[in-house]
Design a protein around this ligand. Sequence first.
Ligand code: WTA
Length: 658
Amino acid sequence: MSTIESTPLVPAQGIPPAGRSTAIESMDAYRALVAEAAQDHEAFWARLAREHLTWRRPFTQILNDRDAPFYKWFEDGELNASYNCLDRNLASGNANKTAIIFESDDGRVSTVTYQALYHRVCRLANALRARGVKKGDRVVIYLPMSVEGVVAMQACARIGAPHCVVFGGFSAKSLHERITNVGAVAIITADEQVRAGKTLPLKSIVDEALAMGGTDAVKTVVIYRRTGGRIPWIGGRDAWLHELENDQPDTCEPEWVSAEHPLFVLYTSGSTGAPKGVQHSTGGYLLWAAVTMKWTFDIKPDDVFWCTADIGWITGHTYICYGPTAVGATQVIFEGVPTYPNAGRFWDMIERHKVSIFYTAPTAIRSLIKSAEADRAVHPGSFDLSTLRILGTVGEPINPSAWNWYSEHVGGGKCPVLDTFWQTETGGHMITPLPGVTPLVPGSCTLPLPGIDAAIVDETGNEVPNGQGGVLVIRKPWPSMIRTVWGNPDRFRNGYYPEELGGNLYLAGDGAIRDADTGYFTITGRVDDVLNVSGHRMGTMEIESALSACPLVAEAAVVGRPDETFGEAIVAFVVLKGPRPTGTDVKRIADELRAWVGKEIGPIAKPKEIRFGDAMPKTRSGKVVRRMLRSVAKGEEVSQDTSTVENPQVIAQFADPA
Ligand code: WTA
């Protein structure tokens, strides 16, 4: 790290508001924390856990690694996440502070104070208890972006019921899979969701999922009335959120739980099989949500924080529901999409709400660049964005040209752009610059946060020299890490702590390289069969099995193709049971298959392109030649290396999308 200063870098940008220093104020301060953690990993984390969380019962054990890799942190300590996010703010003088500035799809704005949020959470928590939901029971949340989403998650946390939020873009079938896998006893949903002026019937989708069977444990469906649209109703089971809240007292004794009690399960895609339920703890997870709000985002009492993620993803869990509230921040929550009513929506909202810290996905930036270049009216330069002081990105690699545009046109050249690398499994930021401190390099997430022991290794687990690529691992356990895959501990152990790497390294699933001079990390993308489409994780196998389940389909293979705007595009290669379609049938059947995938998984999984052939190109031993299909998807010439393929003639069919 001593060489950082000697390399030409974008100077550390972004100064905290006049006269104040950042949470970690200098490279020296950063190095001191790294050294503190290196010297005594456990003592370092214990200190943070005592300083940043409020414990009902202080912990005496720090790390328990007896059953590694099933690590436990602060196990005998007791706390409650919603107490830390709500009651603590009332006690510290934030009662009348705005917790949430909510802007609906059609532009209506409402605000909620910490006091009001606390009462709403308590009422719903009481109502859930009254309906028999108790500590350890799982509650599925299928809600649009809303204040109610945060209320629902915090209410579950208050009574010790792990929540399982399902993104509103998932189909009834995907929702059903999650409800049954997690064994939910209650569901919290809305009548309808509104995005870009269009409604989506969430409650009907819940009913459809519950009609698929195996869901008898679900005794309660709570419905937030968003639009007042007509919905099916099942007496005894269904209840309006506002009616439940009306009947309940506005305080609620929290359920004090062990730090290891699961706070939530969130499903994400892996390279094989069905989506896996990533289980997070209460103490370790919340600790990192709070600490990274301070270290990475340098959150200060008068900041207005805005994370544009959906609560259905981990970013919305950590940097909407838990992080901002744990540190008493004011945040913006937005119901809609960045392009409605026009592509200036984000910039307009930053101006109106005086946002100072803005966190979004590279895909959003790239698509807004296109619109801004085409129409000055939606260019960030047409708005007053002078309140911004820190910008962040997450979810996928950001290409240097998008990084530079974001820095220059949104940040006015004065805000640091924090390329934050992390995952559903890591709970919070892992590798990220510190604002105003770390010299920046567009396209690099720079250095690990203190306490995060990241390294790049070869396929046997040996560290590779800087400048040489390999796979990203985290060597030491950290408090906010995934605890297990819900109901499938073997999948956790084998997937994240594989024997090939020695069984003691956390395998992120991403390729990475460290700069030879600076030691900075650059993430080069997934090394497994996980796609990243618009920052959303999708497994190729999931989409393949969805396609194969269609009665028309004999065989399907799915690959990702690099896409300038969306990071990756889904390309499907399909062999039908009937003859290969020709003429207008090609589009008709492709549309039919796309709709099928939409029903099986959700619209986000629909292939951008579907190509048909008489058979799947396979090796003589019968393996689909994916590498070749990836080249075909990119439009590359593959004629020279088809010698290992049993049936090379079908490659030409797939090469021509028409
Ligand atoms: C990718 C999102 C490059 C990576 C928080 C990771 C990134 C996956 C970055 C996790 C980044 C996330 N640069 N790639 N800054 N951040 N990724 O679980 O492939 O939805 O493994 O968590 O997104 O996606 P997930």
